[in-house]
Design a protein around this ligand. Sequence first.
Ligand code: GLC
Length: 544
Amino acid sequence: MPNNQKQYLWWQDGIIYQIYPRSFQDTNGDGIGDLRGIINRLDHLKWLGIKAVWISPIYPSPMADFGYDISDYTGIWPVFGNMADFDELLQEVHKAGMKLILDLVPNHSSDEHPWFLESRSSRDNPKRDWYIWKDAKPDGSPPNNWLSVFGGSAWEWDEKTKQYYYHAFLVKQPDLNWRNPEVEKAMHDIMRFWLDKGVDGFRVDAMWHMVKDAQWRDNPRNPEYKDYMATYEQLLPVYSTDQPEMHDIVARMRQVLDQYDERLMIAEIYLPVHKLVAYYGTHQKEAHLPFNFMLISLPWDSRLIAAGIDEYEGALPTGDWPNWVIGNHDQPRITSRVGQGQAGIAAMLLLTLRGTPTIYYGDEIGMRDVPIPPEEVRDPQGFNMPGKNLSRDPERTPMQWDDSTNAGFTKGEPWLRIDRSYVRRNVQAQRGDNHSPLVLFKKLITLRQQEQSLCTGAYRPVYSDHQMIAYIRQAEGQPAFLIVLNLTHRPCYFTPPIHFTGVIVIDTLPEQEQVSVKDKIELFGDEGMVVKLDHWESVSPTSK
Ligand code: GLC
Protein backbone atom coordinates (compact mmCIF):
# COMPACT_ATOMS: atom_id res chain seq x y z
CA MET A 1 0.00 0.00 0.00
CA PRO A 2 1.47 3.42 -0.90
CA ASN A 3 2.64 5.41 2.12
CA ASN A 4 0.25 8.29 1.64
CA GLN A 5 -2.75 6.02 2.15
CA LYS A 6 -4.59 5.65 5.39
CA GLN A 7 -3.83 2.41 7.21
CA TYR A 8 -6.82 0.34 8.27
CA LEU A 9 -7.10 -2.01 11.20
CA TRP A 10 -7.70 -5.75 10.75
CA TRP A 11 -11.35 -5.50 11.73
CA GLN A 12 -11.90 -2.71 9.22
CA ASP A 13 -10.41 -4.20 6.06
CA GLY A 14 -10.88 -7.87 6.99
CA ILE A 15 -13.87 -10.19 6.79
CA ILE A 16 -15.45 -11.91 9.80
CA TYR A 17 -16.82 -15.47 9.62
CA GLN A 18 -19.23 -16.82 12.23
CA ILE A 19 -18.90 -20.45 13.28
CA TYR A 20 -21.68 -22.20 15.19
CA PRO A 21 -19.39 -24.79 16.82
CA ARG A 22 -22.04 -27.48 17.29
CA SER A 23 -22.49 -27.61 13.54
CA PHE A 24 -19.12 -26.96 11.94
CA GLN A 25 -17.10 -30.18 12.18
CA ASP A 26 -17.27 -33.17 14.48
CA THR A 27 -14.05 -35.16 15.01
CA ASN A 28 -15.02 -37.71 17.69
CA GLY A 29 -18.19 -39.17 16.21
CA ASP A 30 -20.65 -37.87 18.83
CA GLY A 31 -22.57 -35.96 16.16
CA ILE A 32 -21.73 -32.56 17.67
CA GLY A 33 -19.05 -30.26 16.29
CA ASP A 34 -15.96 -29.57 18.39
CA LEU A 35 -12.88 -27.36 18.69
CA ARG A 36 -10.63 -29.90 16.97
CA GLY A 37 -13.10 -29.83 14.10
CA ILE A 38 -12.64 -26.09 13.75
CA ILE A 39 -8.85 -26.54 13.80
CA ASN A 40 -9.14 -29.15 11.04
CA ARG A 41 -11.21 -26.84 8.86
CA LEU A 42 -9.20 -23.65 9.18
CA ASP A 43 -7.84 -24.24 5.67
CA HIS A 44 -11.29 -23.55 4.24
CA LEU A 45 -11.39 -20.15 5.93
CA LYS A 46 -7.85 -19.34 4.92
CA TRP A 47 -8.62 -20.28 1.31
CA LEU A 48 -11.76 -18.16 1.36
CA GLY A 49 -9.82 -15.12 2.57
CA ILE A 50 -11.34 -14.72 6.03
CA LYS A 51 -9.57 -12.47 8.53
CA ALA A 52 -11.41 -13.20 11.77
CA VAL A 53 -13.34 -16.16 13.12
CA TRP A 54 -16.12 -15.54 15.63
CA ILE A 55 -17.23 -18.69 17.45
CA SER A 56 -20.57 -18.87 19.26
CA PRO A 57 -20.23 -19.88 22.96
CA ILE A 58 -17.92 -22.78 23.79
CA TYR A 59 -18.18 -22.58 27.58
CA PRO A 60 -19.61 -25.13 30.04
CA SER A 61 -23.38 -24.93 29.86
CA PRO A 62 -26.49 -27.02 30.51
CA MET A 63 -27.24 -26.18 26.84
CA ALA A 64 -30.80 -25.00 27.48
CA ASP A 65 -30.05 -22.29 24.87
CA PHE A 66 -27.14 -24.12 23.22
CA GLY A 67 -24.35 -22.39 25.09
CA TYR A 68 -25.92 -18.96 25.56
CA ASP A 69 -26.69 -20.20 29.09
CA ILE A 70 -23.23 -20.28 30.64
CA SER A 71 -22.37 -22.06 33.89
CA ASP A 72 -18.63 -21.26 33.81
CA TYR A 73 -17.35 -18.25 31.87
CA THR A 74 -13.71 -19.34 31.84
CA GLY A 75 -13.98 -23.01 30.95
CA ILE A 76 -14.67 -25.14 27.88
CA TRP A 77 -17.73 -27.40 27.48
CA PRO A 78 -16.25 -30.95 27.54
CA VAL A 79 -18.20 -32.02 24.43
CA PHE A 80 -16.37 -29.28 22.49
CA GLY A 81 -12.97 -30.22 23.97
CA ASN A 82 -10.76 -28.82 26.71
CA MET A 83 -8.60 -25.79 27.38
CA ALA A 84 -5.60 -27.39 25.64
CA ASP A 85 -7.74 -27.74 22.50
CA PHE A 86 -8.77 -24.12 22.83
CA ASP A 87 -5.17 -22.96 23.22
CA GLU A 88 -4.24 -24.94 20.15
CA LEU A 89 -7.15 -23.46 18.19
CA LEU A 90 -6.07 -19.95 19.14
CA GLN A 91 -2.50 -20.71 18.16
CA GLU A 92 -3.50 -22.23 14.82
CA VAL A 93 -5.82 -19.34 13.99
CA HIS A 94 -2.98 -16.92 14.66
CA LYS A 95 -0.51 -19.03 12.72
CA ALA A 96 -2.86 -18.81 9.74
CA GLY A 97 -2.76 -15.00 10.03
CA MET A 98 -6.31 -14.83 11.33
CA LYS A 99 -7.95 -13.53 14.52
CA LEU A 100 -10.23 -15.27 17.01
CA ILE A 101 -13.32 -13.61 18.46
CA LEU A 102 -15.28 -15.17 21.33
CA ASP A 103 -18.89 -14.73 22.28
CA LEU A 104 -19.30 -12.90 25.59
CA VAL A 105 -22.69 -13.29 27.27
CA PRO A 106 -22.85 -10.65 30.03
CA ASN A 107 -26.63 -10.12 30.20
CA HIS A 108 -27.41 -13.44 31.85
CA SER A 109 -25.85 -16.66 33.07
CA SER A 110 -27.24 -20.14 33.39
CA ASP A 111 -29.40 -20.81 36.45
CA GLU A 112 -26.82 -23.54 37.13
CA HIS A 113 -23.96 -21.02 37.40
CA PRO A 114 -22.55 -21.05 40.97
CA TRP A 115 -23.32 -17.32 41.21
CA PHE A 116 -27.02 -17.96 40.71
CA LEU A 117 -27.06 -21.03 42.92
CA GLU A 118 -25.74 -18.79 45.69
CA SER A 119 -28.04 -15.93 44.78
CA ARG A 120 -31.16 -18.04 45.00
CA SER A 121 -30.08 -19.83 48.19
CA SER A 122 -31.33 -17.07 50.51
CA ARG A 123 -32.38 -13.43 50.50
CA ASP A 124 -29.32 -12.41 52.48
CA ASN A 125 -26.74 -14.28 50.45
CA PRO A 126 -23.94 -11.89 49.35
CA LYS A 127 -24.71 -12.77 45.72
CA ARG A 128 -28.46 -12.12 46.07
CA ASP A 129 -28.09 -8.73 44.40
CA TRP A 130 -26.02 -10.13 41.51
CA TYR A 131 -29.32 -11.04 39.85
CA ILE A 132 -32.64 -9.22 39.63
CA TRP A 133 -34.98 -10.20 42.44
CA LYS A 134 -38.30 -8.44 43.11
CA ASP A 135 -41.30 -8.93 45.36
CA ALA A 136 -44.62 -10.01 43.92
CA LYS A 137 -47.40 -7.46 43.59
CA PRO A 138 -49.91 -7.65 46.49
CA ASP A 139 -52.04 -10.08 44.44
CA GLY A 140 -49.05 -12.35 43.93
CA SER A 141 -48.54 -11.48 40.27
CA PRO A 142 -45.15 -10.52 38.77
CA PRO A 143 -43.67 -7.06 39.49
CA ASN A 144 -44.48 -5.77 35.99
CA ASN A 145 -45.74 -6.88 32.57
CA TRP A 146 -42.37 -7.58 30.92
CA LEU A 147 -42.24 -10.54 28.55
CA SER A 148 -39.50 -13.06 27.81
CA VAL A 149 -38.04 -13.06 24.30
CA PHE A 150 -38.66 -16.80 24.28
CA GLY A 151 -42.34 -16.59 25.29
CA GLY A 152 -44.33 -16.03 28.49
CA SER A 153 -43.61 -13.73 31.42
CA ALA A 154 -40.02 -12.60 32.00
CA TRP A 155 -40.48 -13.20 35.75
CA GLU A 156 -40.07 -16.56 37.47
CA TRP A 157 -41.34 -17.19 41.00
CA ASP A 158 -38.87 -18.71 43.42
CA GLU A 159 -40.81 -20.66 45.99
CA LYS A 160 -37.97 -20.96 48.46
CA THR A 161 -37.14 -17.25 48.86
CA LYS A 162 -40.59 -15.96 47.86
CA GLN A 163 -39.48 -13.48 45.22
CA TYR A 164 -39.50 -13.29 41.44
CA TYR A 165 -36.31 -13.21 39.35
CA TYR A 166 -36.08 -11.62 35.93
CA HIS A 167 -35.04 -13.48 32.78
CA ALA A 168 -35.13 -11.68 29.43
CA PHE A 169 -34.68 -15.06 27.73
CA LEU A 170 -35.28 -18.53 29.23
CA VAL A 171 -36.24 -19.30 32.83
CA LYS A 172 -32.85 -21.03 32.87
CA GLN A 173 -31.12 -17.76 31.89
CA PRO A 174 -31.50 -15.34 34.85
CA ASP A 175 -30.39 -11.78 34.06
CA LEU A 176 -27.36 -10.44 35.90
CA ASN A 177 -27.77 -7.13 37.71
CA TRP A 178 -25.47 -4.69 35.92
CA ARG A 179 -26.28 -1.98 38.46
CA ASN A 180 -24.18 -3.96 40.94
CA PRO A 181 -20.47 -3.00 40.57
CA GLU A 182 -19.38 -6.48 41.69
CA VAL A 183 -21.07 -8.00 38.64
CA GLU A 184 -19.32 -5.53 36.38
CA LYS A 185 -15.96 -6.28 37.96
CA ALA A 186 -16.49 -10.04 37.63
CA MET A 187 -17.33 -9.65 33.94
CA HIS A 188 -14.27 -7.44 33.34
CA ASP A 189 -12.12 -10.12 34.97
CA ILE A 190 -13.60 -12.70 32.60
CA MET A 191 -12.79 -10.48 29.63
CA ARG A 192 -9.21 -10.12 30.88
CA PHE A 193 -8.89 -13.88 31.33
CA TRP A 194 -9.50 -14.43 27.61
CA LEU A 195 -7.67 -11.31 26.44
CA ASP A 196 -4.60 -12.37 28.41
CA LYS A 197 -4.71 -15.67 26.52
CA GLY A 198 -4.52 -13.70 23.29
CA VAL A 199 -8.14 -13.72 22.14
CA ASP A 200 -8.67 -10.87 19.67
CA GLY A 201 -12.04 -9.64 20.80
CA PHE A 202 -15.62 -10.36 21.72
CA ARG A 203 -19.01 -10.40 20.13
CA VAL A 204 -21.12 -9.20 23.04
CA ASP A 205 -24.45 -10.98 23.28
CA ALA A 206 -27.76 -9.12 23.78
CA MET A 207 -26.07 -5.85 24.69
CA TRP A 208 -29.22 -3.75 24.45
CA HIS A 209 -30.82 -5.85 27.21
CA MET A 210 -28.11 -5.39 29.82
CA VAL A 211 -29.62 -2.58 31.93
CA LYS A 212 -33.30 -2.17 32.79
CA ASP A 213 -35.42 0.78 33.86
CA ALA A 214 -34.62 1.76 37.46
CA GLN A 215 -38.35 2.17 38.20
CA TRP A 216 -39.45 -1.12 36.60
CA ARG A 217 -42.30 0.51 34.68
CA ASP A 218 -44.68 -1.57 32.55
CA ASN A 219 -43.83 -1.76 28.85
CA PRO A 220 -46.49 -0.27 26.55
CA ARG A 221 -48.56 -2.39 24.17
CA ASN A 222 -47.36 -2.70 20.58
CA PRO A 223 -50.17 -1.53 18.31
CA GLU A 224 -48.52 -3.29 15.33
CA TYR A 225 -48.61 -6.75 16.94
CA LYS A 226 -50.01 -9.58 14.81
CA ASP A 227 -50.77 -13.16 15.90
CA TYR A 228 -48.03 -14.72 13.81
CA MET A 229 -45.35 -12.68 15.59
CA ALA A 230 -43.36 -13.83 18.63
CA THR A 231 -45.41 -13.22 21.78
CA TYR A 232 -42.59 -10.97 23.04
CA GLU A 233 -43.59 -8.46 20.38
CA GLN A 234 -46.95 -7.82 22.06
CA LEU A 235 -45.17 -5.11 24.04
CA LEU A 236 -42.66 -2.44 23.04
CA PRO A 237 -39.58 -3.07 25.19
CA VAL A 238 -38.99 0.61 25.96
CA TYR A 239 -38.29 0.07 29.67
CA SER A 240 -36.65 -3.35 29.55
CA THR A 241 -33.99 -2.56 26.91
CA ASP A 242 -31.73 0.21 25.57
CA GLN A 243 -31.56 2.27 28.76
CA PRO A 244 -29.32 5.38 28.82
CA GLU A 245 -27.14 3.91 31.60
CA MET A 246 -25.96 1.30 29.11
CA HIS A 247 -23.54 3.65 27.40
CA ASP A 248 -21.27 4.12 30.41
CA ILE A 249 -21.21 0.37 30.92
CA VAL A 250 -20.13 -0.24 27.33
CA ALA A 251 -17.51 2.50 27.58
CA ARG A 252 -16.02 0.76 30.63
CA MET A 253 -15.97 -2.59 28.79
CA ARG A 254 -14.17 -0.81 25.97
CA GLN A 255 -11.61 0.52 28.43
CA VAL A 256 -10.79 -3.07 29.39
CA LEU A 257 -10.18 -3.93 25.73
CA ASP A 258 -8.18 -0.79 25.13
CA GLN A 259 -5.61 -1.91 27.69
CA TYR A 260 -4.61 -4.44 25.01
CA ASP A 261 -3.57 -3.73 21.44
CA GLU A 262 -6.09 -3.86 18.59
CA ARG A 263 -8.79 -5.93 20.28
CA LEU A 264 -12.33 -5.76 18.97
CA MET A 265 -15.76 -5.33 20.52
CA ILE A 266 -18.71 -6.26 18.32
CA ALA A 267 -22.14 -5.73 19.86
CA GLU A 268 -25.31 -7.65 19.18
CA ILE A 269 -28.00 -4.96 19.15
CA TYR A 270 -31.36 -5.11 17.37
CA LEU A 271 -32.43 -1.45 17.30
CA PRO A 272 -33.35 1.11 14.65
CA VAL A 273 -30.35 2.80 13.04
CA HIS A 274 -30.46 6.07 14.97
CA LYS A 275 -30.39 4.17 18.28
CA LEU A 276 -27.90 1.58 17.06
CA VAL A 277 -25.21 4.09 16.13
CA ALA A 278 -25.31 5.54 19.65
CA TYR A 279 -23.48 2.34 20.70
CA TYR A 280 -20.34 3.51 18.89
CA GLY A 281 -20.23 6.10 21.68
CA THR A 282 -19.01 9.64 21.48
CA HIS A 283 -15.48 9.77 20.03
CA GLN A 284 -15.26 5.99 19.50
CA LYS A 285 -15.52 5.22 23.22
CA GLU A 286 -17.96 2.29 23.06
CA ALA A 287 -18.33 -0.69 20.67
CA HIS A 288 -16.11 -0.82 17.57
CA LEU A 289 -18.84 -2.51 15.57
CA PRO A 290 -22.45 -2.49 16.75
CA PHE A 291 -23.82 -5.17 14.43
CA ASN A 292 -25.84 -3.65 11.61
CA PHE A 293 -28.71 -6.08 10.90
CA MET A 294 -30.40 -3.90 8.32
CA LEU A 295 -29.95 -6.42 5.48
CA ILE A 296 -31.60 -9.03 7.70
CA SER A 297 -34.45 -6.89 9.01
CA LEU A 298 -35.54 -5.00 5.88
CA PRO A 299 -37.89 -6.57 3.34
CA TRP A 300 -35.99 -7.56 0.19
CA ASP A 301 -37.08 -4.49 -1.74
CA SER A 302 -34.60 -2.40 -3.73
CA ARG A 303 -36.09 0.94 -2.71
CA LEU A 304 -36.14 0.11 1.00
CA ILE A 305 -32.64 -1.32 0.91
CA ALA A 306 -31.20 1.61 -1.05
CA ALA A 307 -32.82 4.03 1.40
CA GLY A 308 -31.57 1.91 4.32
CA ILE A 309 -27.97 2.00 3.10
CA ASP A 310 -28.15 5.79 2.73
CA GLU A 311 -29.73 6.13 6.16
CA TYR A 312 -26.99 4.03 7.74
CA GLU A 313 -24.15 5.78 5.90
CA GLY A 314 -25.69 9.12 6.90
CA ALA A 315 -26.21 8.18 10.55
CA LEU A 316 -22.68 6.87 11.14
CA PRO A 317 -20.77 9.20 13.44
CA THR A 318 -17.60 10.66 11.88
CA GLY A 319 -14.68 8.31 12.34
CA ASP A 320 -16.81 5.25 13.06
CA TRP A 321 -16.65 2.19 10.85
CA PRO A 322 -19.68 0.52 9.21
CA ASN A 323 -20.46 -3.20 9.09
CA TRP A 324 -22.95 -5.48 7.35
CA VAL A 325 -24.50 -8.86 8.13
CA ILE A 326 -26.81 -11.08 6.04
CA GLY A 327 -27.16 -14.06 8.36
CA ASN A 328 -26.54 -15.50 11.80
CA HIS A 329 -27.61 -18.39 14.04
CA ASP A 330 -30.82 -16.58 15.08
CA GLN A 331 -32.20 -15.67 11.66
CA PRO A 332 -33.50 -17.60 8.66
CA ARG A 333 -30.71 -18.12 6.13
CA ILE A 334 -30.44 -15.64 3.29
CA THR A 335 -31.02 -18.35 0.64
CA SER A 336 -34.32 -19.24 2.30
CA ARG A 337 -35.38 -15.63 2.76
CA VAL A 338 -34.72 -14.34 -0.74
CA GLY A 339 -34.19 -17.48 -2.86
CA GLN A 340 -31.11 -18.92 -4.47
CA GLY A 341 -30.87 -16.37 -7.30
CA GLN A 342 -31.13 -13.37 -5.02
CA ALA A 343 -28.72 -14.89 -2.49
CA GLY A 344 -25.96 -14.11 -5.01
CA ILE A 345 -27.11 -10.49 -5.07
CA ALA A 346 -27.05 -10.44 -1.26
CA ALA A 347 -23.48 -11.79 -1.28
CA MET A 348 -22.47 -9.08 -3.73
CA LEU A 349 -24.07 -6.40 -1.56
CA LEU A 350 -22.44 -7.74 1.59
CA LEU A 351 -19.00 -7.84 0.03
CA THR A 352 -19.09 -4.56 -1.89
CA LEU A 353 -20.72 -2.19 0.58
CA ARG A 354 -18.45 0.01 2.68
CA GLY A 355 -17.73 -1.68 6.00
CA THR A 356 -16.79 -4.96 7.61
CA PRO A 357 -18.82 -7.95 6.35
CA THR A 358 -19.72 -10.88 8.59
CA ILE A 359 -20.40 -14.19 6.84
CA TYR A 360 -22.47 -16.90 8.57
CA TYR A 361 -20.98 -20.39 8.08
CA GLY A 362 -22.56 -22.21 5.15
CA ASP A 363 -23.95 -19.09 3.50
CA GLU A 364 -20.92 -19.22 1.21
CA ILE A 365 -22.26 -22.47 -0.27
CA GLY A 366 -25.86 -21.32 -0.31
CA MET A 367 -27.02 -23.57 2.54
CA ARG A 368 -30.78 -23.45 3.04
CA ASP A 369 -32.96 -23.59 6.12
CA VAL A 370 -33.72 -27.25 6.72
CA PRO A 371 -37.29 -28.13 7.73
CA ILE A 372 -37.03 -29.92 11.08
CA PRO A 373 -39.98 -32.17 12.00
CA PRO A 374 -41.69 -31.15 15.27
CA GLU A 375 -40.38 -34.18 17.15
CA GLU A 376 -36.78 -33.21 16.29
CA VAL A 377 -37.02 -29.52 17.26
CA ARG A 378 -34.20 -28.60 19.63
CA ASP A 379 -34.38 -24.82 19.86
CA PRO A 380 -36.29 -23.46 22.89
CA GLN A 381 -37.61 -20.58 20.80
CA GLY A 382 -39.18 -23.25 18.57
CA PHE A 383 -40.86 -25.37 21.20
CA ASN A 384 -41.87 -22.48 23.50
CA MET A 385 -43.86 -20.85 20.72
CA PRO A 386 -45.07 -23.76 18.58
CA GLY A 387 -47.04 -23.10 15.41
CA LYS A 388 -45.27 -19.82 14.63
CA ASN A 389 -42.35 -21.28 12.70
CA LEU A 390 -39.88 -19.48 14.98
CA SER A 391 -37.46 -22.33 15.63
CA ARG A 392 -33.86 -21.44 14.83
CA ASP A 393 -32.86 -25.07 14.20
CA PRO A 394 -33.35 -24.77 10.41
CA GLU A 395 -30.44 -22.30 10.11
CA ARG A 396 -28.19 -24.24 12.49
CA THR A 397 -27.83 -27.52 10.61
CA PRO A 398 -24.41 -29.12 10.08
CA MET A 399 -21.98 -27.66 7.56
CA GLN A 400 -21.93 -29.46 4.22
CA TRP A 401 -18.33 -30.24 3.37
CA ASP A 402 -18.51 -33.00 0.76
CA ASP A 403 -20.78 -35.72 -0.67
CA SER A 404 -19.73 -38.45 1.77
CA THR A 405 -22.11 -39.71 4.47
CA ASN A 406 -23.39 -36.85 6.64
CA ALA A 407 -21.72 -34.32 4.35
CA GLY A 408 -18.31 -34.97 5.94
CA PHE A 409 -19.58 -33.36 9.15
CA THR A 410 -19.62 -36.44 11.39
CA LYS A 411 -19.09 -40.16 11.40
CA GLY A 412 -21.84 -40.44 14.01
CA GLU A 413 -25.47 -39.37 14.13
CA PRO A 414 -25.66 -35.60 13.51
CA TRP A 415 -27.34 -33.62 16.32
CA LEU A 416 -29.62 -31.97 13.75
CA ARG A 417 -30.60 -33.42 10.40
CA ILE A 418 -28.59 -32.41 7.34
CA ASP A 419 -30.05 -31.02 4.11
CA ARG A 420 -30.21 -33.96 1.67
CA SER A 421 -29.07 -31.67 -1.13
CA TYR A 422 -25.62 -31.81 0.46
CA VAL A 423 -24.61 -34.35 -2.19
CA ARG A 424 -24.28 -31.45 -4.63
CA ARG A 425 -24.44 -28.42 -2.33
CA ASN A 426 -21.13 -28.85 -0.55
CA VAL A 427 -17.75 -27.16 -0.31
CA GLN A 428 -15.86 -29.77 -2.28
CA ALA A 429 -18.28 -29.81 -5.22
CA GLN A 430 -18.56 -26.04 -5.39
CA ARG A 431 -14.86 -25.26 -5.32
CA GLY A 432 -14.52 -26.42 -8.91
CA ASP A 433 -17.78 -24.91 -10.19
CA ASN A 434 -17.55 -21.39 -11.58
CA HIS A 435 -21.33 -21.01 -11.26
CA SER A 436 -21.47 -21.91 -7.58
CA PRO A 437 -22.15 -19.59 -4.64
CA LEU A 438 -18.76 -20.56 -3.20
CA VAL A 439 -16.83 -19.39 -6.24
CA LEU A 440 -18.86 -16.17 -6.30
CA PHE A 441 -17.93 -15.53 -2.65
CA LYS A 442 -14.30 -16.37 -3.38
CA LYS A 443 -14.14 -14.02 -6.37
CA LEU A 444 -15.79 -11.18 -4.45
CA ILE A 445 -13.48 -11.62 -1.47
CA THR A 446 -10.37 -11.83 -3.63
CA LEU A 447 -11.25 -8.69 -5.57
CA ARG A 448 -12.10 -6.87 -2.36
CA GLN A 449 -8.69 -7.75 -0.99
CA GLN A 450 -6.92 -6.63 -4.15
CA GLU A 451 -8.77 -3.37 -4.65
CA GLN A 452 -8.54 -0.62 -2.08
CA SER A 453 -11.63 0.99 -3.61
CA LEU A 454 -13.83 -2.02 -2.82
CA CYS A 455 -12.33 -2.63 0.57
CA THR A 456 -12.22 0.78 2.20
CA GLY A 457 -13.17 3.26 -0.53
CA ALA A 458 -16.00 5.77 -0.26
CA TYR A 459 -19.58 4.72 -0.99
CA ARG A 460 -21.46 6.83 -3.50
CA PRO A 461 -25.08 6.04 -4.36
CA VAL A 462 -25.70 6.33 -8.12
CA TYR A 463 -29.23 5.11 -8.79
CA SER A 464 -32.07 3.01 -7.41
CA ASP A 465 -35.60 2.21 -8.47
CA HIS A 466 -38.24 -0.47 -7.86
CA GLN A 467 -35.93 -3.17 -9.24
CA MET A 468 -32.32 -2.19 -8.81
CA ILE A 469 -29.59 -0.50 -6.81
CA ALA A 470 -26.35 0.94 -8.22
CA TYR A 471 -23.43 2.55 -6.42
CA ILE A 472 -19.79 3.42 -6.92
CA ARG A 473 -16.94 2.55 -4.58
CA GLN A 474 -13.70 4.46 -4.91
CA ALA A 475 -10.66 5.11 -2.77
CA GLU A 476 -8.61 8.21 -3.38
CA GLY A 477 -6.35 7.85 -6.41
CA GLN A 478 -7.65 4.34 -7.14
CA PRO A 479 -9.83 2.94 -9.95
CA ALA A 480 -13.58 3.23 -9.34
CA PHE A 481 -15.98 0.27 -9.27
CA LEU A 482 -19.63 0.43 -10.22
CA ILE A 483 -21.88 -2.15 -8.57
CA VAL A 484 -25.21 -2.78 -10.28
CA LEU A 485 -27.68 -5.16 -8.60
CA ASN A 486 -31.04 -6.40 -9.84
CA LEU A 487 -33.09 -7.28 -6.75
CA THR A 488 -35.85 -8.93 -8.78
CA HIS A 489 -36.17 -12.04 -10.96
CA ARG A 490 -37.15 -9.99 -14.04
CA PRO A 491 -34.79 -8.16 -16.40
CA CYS A 492 -34.14 -4.50 -15.71
CA TYR A 493 -32.51 -1.62 -17.50
CA PHE A 494 -29.88 0.66 -16.07
CA THR A 495 -29.63 4.09 -17.68
CA PRO A 496 -27.92 6.01 -14.91
CA PRO A 497 -27.29 9.71 -14.47
CA ILE A 498 -23.61 9.09 -15.31
CA HIS A 499 -21.55 8.44 -18.45
CA PHE A 500 -19.20 5.54 -17.99
CA THR A 501 -17.11 2.92 -19.70
CA GLY A 502 -15.81 -0.17 -18.02
CA VAL A 503 -15.50 -3.95 -17.89
CA ILE A 504 -17.60 -6.39 -15.89
CA VAL A 505 -15.12 -8.10 -13.58
CA ILE A 506 -17.52 -10.20 -11.49
CA ASP A 507 -21.05 -11.19 -12.40
CA THR A 508 -23.55 -13.47 -10.69
CA LEU A 509 -23.91 -14.91 -14.22
CA PRO A 510 -20.24 -15.62 -14.99
CA GLU A 511 -20.79 -15.68 -18.79
CA GLN A 512 -21.03 -11.90 -18.60
CA GLU A 513 -17.60 -11.46 -17.06
CA GLN A 514 -15.02 -9.54 -19.12
CA VAL A 515 -17.77 -7.95 -21.22
CA SER A 516 -17.22 -4.22 -21.82
CA VAL A 517 -20.04 -1.84 -20.93
CA LYS A 518 -20.76 1.78 -21.77
CA ASP A 519 -23.36 4.22 -20.37
CA LYS A 520 -26.20 1.72 -19.96
CA ILE A 521 -26.61 -1.90 -18.97
CA GLU A 522 -29.35 -4.48 -19.38
CA LEU A 523 -29.51 -6.99 -16.57
CA PHE A 524 -31.07 -10.44 -16.40
CA GLY A 525 -33.28 -11.27 -13.46
CA ASP A 526 -31.13 -12.09 -10.41
CA GLU A 527 -28.11 -10.53 -12.07
CA GLY A 528 -25.62 -8.41 -10.21
CA MET A 529 -22.26 -7.17 -11.42
CA VAL A 530 -19.12 -5.40 -10.36
CA VAL A 531 -17.83 -3.16 -13.16
CA LYS A 532 -14.31 -1.81 -13.11
CA LEU A 533 -14.64 1.69 -14.54
CA ASP A 534 -12.11 3.15 -16.97
CA HIS A 535 -13.91 6.43 -16.89
CA TRP A 536 -17.04 8.00 -15.42
CA GLU A 537 -18.61 11.43 -15.11
CA SER A 538 -21.97 12.83 -14.09
CA VAL A 539 -24.36 13.66 -16.87
CA SER A 540 -24.45 17.47 -16.73
CA PRO A 541 -27.96 18.97 -16.81
CA THR A 542 -27.18 20.75 -20.13
CA SER A 543 -26.17 17.54 -21.92
CA LYS A 544 -29.59 15.95 -21.40
C1 GLC B 1 -28.58 -13.70 21.53
C2 GLC B 1 -28.07 -14.93 20.82
C3 GLC B 1 -29.16 -15.96 20.81
C4 GLC B 1 -29.51 -16.30 22.24
C5 GLC B 1 -29.88 -15.04 23.02
C6 GLC B 1 -29.92 -15.30 24.47
O1 GLC B 1 -29.61 -13.09 20.85
O2 GLC B 1 -27.62 -14.59 19.54
O3 GLC B 1 -28.79 -17.11 20.12
O4 GLC B 1 -30.57 -17.20 22.26
O5 GLC B 1 -28.93 -14.02 22.83
O6 GLC B 1 -28.62 -15.49 24.97
